[in-house]
Design a protein around this ligand. Structure first.
Ligand code: ADP
Ligand code: MG
Length: 715
């Protein structure tokens, strides 16, 4: 049998392992498992003394400092709960600058000295850990010889249990810092940015006449795109195994042109996978809501109900982990890379984002009374100003090597940051900026010529799929995140820049009110001024089009095409000033992040280049040579000439790649990354181009790698 058929046949032979589908009746009480593996508020209330419980909740609700003397009681309750559920070990679960999560397991059990063991877990062990963390990226913050790093309990994100057939692990979400107290992770700046935004928003709400809210939370609901392919193919592709993306592969005859996959019915095996993933996530308290097929073949999406940003980001990391774990049970591999298949749509993460008071009032809900509208205009205006003022930083927050293959391609937002407001909102802001009456649609708005405020549309129906930052009814959707990235860093940036503009606008509001202006007049004046300056960021047309690139350049919007162009914005003066003012990151901490990101870029491309060279030399070239011998033996001159020419091009291209990647110039950091981008990546591209041509002519039984036409269509 030809190779492709052997593989397809065996991959397609998958059958449900374990339970048959549909055996679990979730309406039965005993089967309701949502949050079963979370040390939730309900569980805490059951197990903690009243005063301990209420202090813990105050910490969570209002960001109040936790009295560490209570930690012993929390630890005891947490341990009892975990042991009852079969846990044997615990870990401080954290998010170092690798962008992944990290864990080091410790047993609960201590030898008792009499040949037995007792379970022990103290408040100290709950609050602080000291992983031997010398190998995490620090960007120079911590020298290896003094490699102490500390993890510190984050009581605002509940502990949870990860199950394994052979035991369970108690995971305690923690922050990770150097012994000097500098942030080495993604959680610390996120929490600091949430504090900054809360202070700024509370100040604004007071000026707006709202006395009740004590804290404002940012919320996030990330939609996650991913691919599923049969593991049979995955393990035969060294590029997928090592790099998470294919470095070779000719475009298949069929892609997504027929749009037959998007929102299509979900094949049984995939649905079985999704159901189990959702069940597992449900136990961890991740509120998964939506699933559907995405645009590319074998591409899917999962989305939760939104939550507070800290928990939402922790849950995102868990979601990616569970998705990958469960896939293996179904003979699948879940690919989270931004661009696993060249020429096929890549994967992103849509970061739905809003701000909410502690009473649950969404500050980006347009509402339908003038008072709510005032507040909405103020906060939405602040977001618009923030995105325009810090567009480069926002772009830098989503930069990664994988993103470079996606942003600005024919499927993902361009590298230019712009905002889609929707027709009606754009008209309202435009009218305010011009001090004119809104040309209202019948019945939809009041005029703006008087201080009588407009009835804002509850949900403006139009959509723009090409916008990187879109208003969608009562939230903004930052659509340019990469599928594999932690949402914590982009959210940190978003929170911080919005905190800054809310603060700036509040200063103006305060001054105007002191000067005797009414709230209405003051807010209209402030929004008018701000929008007039920042409306260049608003764009409703096709973000993929050539015209937009020209128009954006005319408007003076940044177009940072690649990671190496974007990263310097992490350490721009304006960024440092902003982050220091709001106490989110110090200059040194920002520089560390910049250094880590530059190095990660270089390392990633280097690994890819070595993998590409090795695949080309040890898999593709031998296949090409065998094929050449075959056509020579057959004596068909045209085929000999065609093959020979490609083989020679391949040998030359491999030589170029090996040379480019073995003689890096003596430069570091960003300069090194630029060399990788400008010299090594193109050399990889050249090897691929010839190899992909060879794939189309070499005998199928000689071709060593599963093809796109196989990987993308077997479900
Ligand atoms: P769509 O993007 O297709 O309009 P939805 O309206 O269902 O989809 O919302 C998409 C995501 O936005 C969901 O994950 C949802 O939880 C999230 N979301 C909704 N409201 C908010 C909010 N106030 N803050 C953050 N995320 C939100
Ligand atoms: Mg959406």
């Amino acid at each position: 049998m030809p190779r492709t058929r052997i593989h397809n046949v065996s991959a397609a032979q998958w059958s449900a392992n374990g339970d048959a589908l549909g055996t679990r009746d979730l309406t039965e009480l005993t089967n309701e498992s949502f949050g079963a593996n979370v040390f939730s508020a309900a569980e805490q209330r059951k197990r903690l003394p009243k005063h301990v419980y209420s202090q813990l909740r105050a910490t969570v609700a209002r960001g109040e400092e936790l009295d560490t003397s209570l930690a012993d009681m929390v630890a005891q309750a947490m341990k009892d709960w975990a042991l009852e559920k079969g846990a044997t070990h615990y870990t401080h679960w954290f998010q170092p600058l690798t962008g992944l999560t990290a864990e080091k397991h410790d047993s609960f059990y201590m030898p008792a000295g009499d040949g037995t063991a007792i379970a022990d877990f103290s408040g100290k062990e709950l609050i602080q850990g000291e992983p031997d963390a010398s190998s995490f990226p620090t960007g120079g913050i911590r020298a290896t010889f003094e490699a102490r790093g500390y993890t510190a309990w984050d009581p605002t994100s509940p502990a949870f249990l990860l199950e394994n057939p052979n035991g369970a692990l108690l995971c305690i979400p923690t922050a990770f810092a150097s012994w000097t107290g500098e942030a080495l992770d993604h959680k610390i700046p996120l929490l600091r940015s949430m504090d900054a935004l809360s202070s700024a928003a509370i100040r604004a709400l007071r000026l707006l006449g709202e006395q009740a809210p004590q804290r404002v939370f940012t919320t996030v609901g990330p939609e996650q795109e991913y691919f599923l392919i049969d593991e049979q193919y995955y393990f035969e592709r060294p590029d997928l195994v090592t790099c998470g993306r294919t470095l070779f592969g000719a475009k298949p005859p069929k892609g997504h042109e027929l749009d037959d996959h998007y929102f299509g019915s979900i094949p049984e095996r995939i649905l079985a996978y999704m159901l189990e993933t959702e069940l597992e996530l449900g136990k961890l308290g991740v509120p998964v809501k939506t699933r559907h097929n995405e645009v590319a073949p074998n591409q899917y999406e999962i989305a939760p109900v939104f939550e507070g940003t800290n928990i939402g980001c922790d849950h995102q990391m868990l979601t990616m982990q569970v998705m990958q774990n469960v896939a293996r049970k179904y003979g699948l591999v879940c690919l989270l890379h931004e661009k696993p298949f060249a020429g096929v749509n890549g994967s992103g993460k849509h970061n739905n984002w809003s701000m909410s008071t502690d009473a649950g009032e969404n500050l980006l809900e347009p509402g339908d009374t003038p008072h709510e509208n005032l507040s909405f205009l103020f906060f939405a205006g602040a977001v618009i100003e923030a995105v325009d003022s810090y567009q480069e930083l926002l772009r830098a927050s989503i930069a990664s090597p994988g993103q470079d293959f996606r942003l600005g391609a024919n499927e993902a937002p361009p590298a230019i940051i712009s905002i889609f407001l929707g027709e009606e909102l754009e008209r309202i802001f435009g009218a305010i900026a011009e001090g004119k009456t809104s040309p209202s649609k019948p019945g939809s708005f009041l005029g703006l010529g008087t201080p009588v405020l407009p009835q804002l549309p509850l949900h403006s129906g139009d959509r723009n799929r090409t916008s990187p930052f879109a208003f969608t009814g009562n939230k903004f959707e930052f659509r340019a995140l990469g599928s594999s990235m932690s949402p914590a860093w982009p959210n940190t940036v978003l929170n911080t820049i919005v905190a800054e503009t809310i603060d700036r606008l509040s200063g103006e509001l305060e001054a105007q009110l002191k000067g005797g202006a009414t709230l209405e007049r003051a807010i209209l004046a402030i929004v008018k001024d701000s929008y007039a300056k920042h409306s260049r960021i608003v764009f409703a047309g096709d973000g993929y089009s050539e015209e937009w690139h020209a128009e954006a350049a005319r408007r003076g919007l940044a177009n940072l095409r690649s990671t190496t162009e974007a990263l310097p914005w992490l350490v721009e003066d304006a960024t440092v000033k902003l982050f220091e003012k709001h106490k989110v990151l110090s200059k040194r901490e920002l520089e560390a992040r910049y250094e880590v990101a530059s190095e990660q870029y270089t390392t990633t491309v280097n690994i890819e280049a070595e993998t590409a060279a090795s695949i080309a030399r040890t898999l593709v070239l031998p296949a090409a040579l065998r094929h050449l011998a075959l056509v020579k033996e057959a004596g068909v001159e045209r085929l000999v000439a065609e093959t020979q020419e490609l083989v020679e091009s391949l040998v030359a291209a491999i030589g170029e790649l090996e040379r480019a990647n073995s003689s890096h110039p003596h430069v570091e950091g960003l300069e090194h990354a630029k060399y990788m981008r400008d010299t090594v990546l193109p050399a990889m591209g050249a090897v691929r181009e010839v190899a992909d041509k060879l794939e189309r002519i070499i005998a199928d039984d000689l071709w060593p790698l599963p093809k796109y036409s196989e990987m993308l269509f077997i479900k």
